[in-house]
Write a protein of this length. Structure first.
Length: 156
């Protein structure tokens, strides 16, 4: 009888842990789910850009083409970014010799806003050889982005 009573009590026993021990794994998981922000001048990575800025067309006025010149990417190619100065997320890659239309530049010419066709398409489909009434963001149908100064041969 005593053995049955002891077994019944043992079956009802519960182990009580302090609440702090139960919460510890949750805190560890929460700490791992938030990566540290990248330091300044972090290497380029794919993913969401930190900033975007559409390329403006028609910045030279209503009597000139929407983009001022057609140029070619230098040998070795170049990366296309989402905004001037934004180098963490690459939007596209252009091969050496690829044609791009230069539509705007930063004040120091360190960055060029360009429009370029999808691979295998003609750049005349981009519509940037026409005039526009006033400066505006480029809306397509071609690709757009920002390249570093010195990565194109101007007027080629």
């Amino acid at each position: 009888m005593r053995a049955a009573a002891a077994a019944a009590r043992f079956g009802r026993m519960t182990v009580r842990l302090p609440l702090s021990l139960l919460a510890l794994p949750l805190f560890a998981l929460a700490a791992c789910s938030q990566p540290a922000p990248p330091p300044d001048n972090a290497p380029a990575v794919e993913g969401e850009p930190l900033a975007t800025r559409a390329v403006m067309i028609g910045t030279e006025g209503p009597s000139l083409p929407a983009c001022s010149s057609v140029s070619r990417v230098v040998d070795g190619g170049t990366d296309v970014y989402w905004a001037p100065g934004e180098t963490r997320a690459v939007k596209a890659k252009l091969a050496g010799g690829a044609r791009v239309s230069l539509c705007e530049a930063t004040d120091d010419d360190a960055w060029f806003g360009v429009v370029f066709p999808p691979p295998g398409k003609d750049d005349t489909m981009c519509g940037i050889g026409k005039t526009v009434r006033s400066a505006r963001e480029y809306q397509g149908p071609c690709n757009w982005g920002w390249i570093k100064g010195g990565t194109v041969r101007l007027g080629s």
